[in-house]
Design a protein around this ligand. Structure first.
Ligand code: S3P
Length: 426
């Protein structure tokens, strides 16, 4: 089992980081959406993490040909997707499994989606049920709730579906199914979840728009889509670990380069601002979405209540819990039950690891209250196989030192995390 031993940082820093991992959500979508074109897509800065490389290998097993010169990845789609002669392994990626489930539900053939032990324990009925309702045949353990999932693709009906969960994975799975139907479909969520799917597919020529009643209208594809030609921006969720590093290290500042500034992705930076940190955003370009630099500067921190826009924070709440621990006064996270079904049960992983660091808290079914004003203690952290838990507590180690166990998971989203962490040392 791999380990990370973090020593406390004894210096402040003022650095520009331009090599943070590329966006995971956008990279997954590049691999999948390129299959809807009849021309090659060219992707620069594709995330070379385990999760997204798994999505690329699945595209290949479905018949795409992949050329990778180490810089640009060219994905040439097949004329029609091929029924693979083996299982499709999504590794640790919920995004990979749920979006491919929607995509494959509309393709004739037999497909088996599986993943690692963590992914195989995560709920899949949230996509299997609405897909079954429109004619897909999906089965798996616990009546189709747990992978391996067997999908027999079919011609799908259109739908009108109001999702009980604000989730980009569910929305994207249903959009990928909807564009393959013959009639217009409608999807609604209470809070707009990350909208890369809508932006990217529209950029490729699909028609997905939101009407005045908040329903997303999904038009069937009229033919093949235009290819993608994209430079994947920096992942704001990965960059956020270094935003937290600056927020908790007196007199420090970090400039995070070329990050997607999509409003559904930068809410955690807004929470840091609420807590007192100085944050500024400089938009440089617009390619499917706004992209630019985020500058984060240390300032005194105070506690905060986080009870809304949870879908916009779901990947960053573990890192925010470190900031909450040292801020002046209590912080409270509410309405965040979804955290329990991510790569790990993030509520229990956060509080149990904070406890080891000497932080006082109260756990609730839908969140936690953290007392604040803590001096973190060095501890041995269990990542629970969750990359975001491992990296959040590695950043906490800048204050006190930390041993993080089971750190292989960091490879899923941020392979050069340790290297950048090391570069903070003066
Ligand atoms: C993702 C959506 C989020 C997020 C995940 C990536 C995506 O999950 O946690 O890391 O790319 O669509 P949910 O949509 O299930 O909340």
């Amino acid at each position: 089992m791999e380990q990370l031993n973090i020593t406390p940082l004894t210096n402040s820093f003022d650095i520009v980081i331009d090599n943070i991992a590329s966006d995971k959500s956008i990279s997954h979508r590049c691999a999948m959406f390129s299959l809807f074109s009849d021309q090659p897509s060219t992707i620069k800065n594709y995330l070379r993490g385990e999760d997204t490389m798994d999505s690329l290998r699945i595209a290949e097993k479905l018949g795409a040909s992949i050329e990778d010169n180490g810089d640009v990845i060219k994905i040439t789609p097949p004329k029609t997707l091929r029924e693979p002669d083996d299982i499709l392994d999504c590794g640790n990626a919920g995004t990979g499994m749920r979006l491919y489930a929607g995509l494959l539900a509309g393709i004739e053939g037999s497909f088996v989606l599986t993943g690692d032990k963590y992914l195989r324990s995560r709920p899949m009925k949230r996509v299997a049920d609405p897909l079954r309702d429109i004619g897909a045949s999906i089965d798996g353990r616990e009546d189709g709730n747990k992978a391996p999932l067997h999908i027999r693709g079919a011609k799908l009906d259109s739908f009108k579906y109001h999702s009980p969960i604000d989730s980009a994975q569910i929305k994207s799975a249903l959009i990928l199914a909807g564009i393959q139907s013959d009639k217009k479909s409608y999807y609604k969520e209470d809070l707009l979840s990350r909208d890369h799917t809508e932006r990217m597919l529209n950029g490729m020529g699909a028609s997905i728009s939101t009407n005045k009643d908040g329903w997303i209208e999904i038009e069937p594809l009229k033919g093949k889509l235009k290819p993608l030609n994209i430079t994947v921006p920096t992942d704001p969720s990965s960059a956020f670990f270094f935003a937290v590093a600056a927020a908790i290290t007196p007199n420090s500042k970090v400039t995070l380069k070329n990050v997607t500034l999509n409003p559904t992705r930068i809410e955690a930076y807004k929470i840091l601002e609420k807590m007192g940190t100085k944050v500024s955003y400089i938009k440089n370009e617009d390619v499917y979405e706004p992209i630019g630099d985020i500058i984060v500067e240390y300032n005194e921190l105070s506690g905060v209540t986080v009870d809304s826009n949870i879908a916009w924070l779901i990947d960053e709440l573990p890192a925010l819990s470190i900031v909450m621990s040292i801020a002046n006064g209590k912080s409270h996270v509410k309405n965040a039950k979804e955290l329990r079904v991510k790569e790990s049960d993030r509520i229990s992983a956060v509080v149990n690891n904070l406890k080891k660091c000497g932080v006082s808290y109260t756990e609730f079914e839908d969140g936690y209250e953290i007392d604040g004003n803590s001096t973190l203690k060095k501890a041995t952290i269990n990542s629970h196989g969750d990359h975001r838990i491992a990296m959040s507590f590695a950043i906490a180690g800048l204050l006190s030192g930390m041993n993080i166990e089971d750190t292989q998971c960091i490879e899923t989203s941020f392979p050069n995390f340790s290297e950048i962490l090391e570069s903070l040392k003066g």
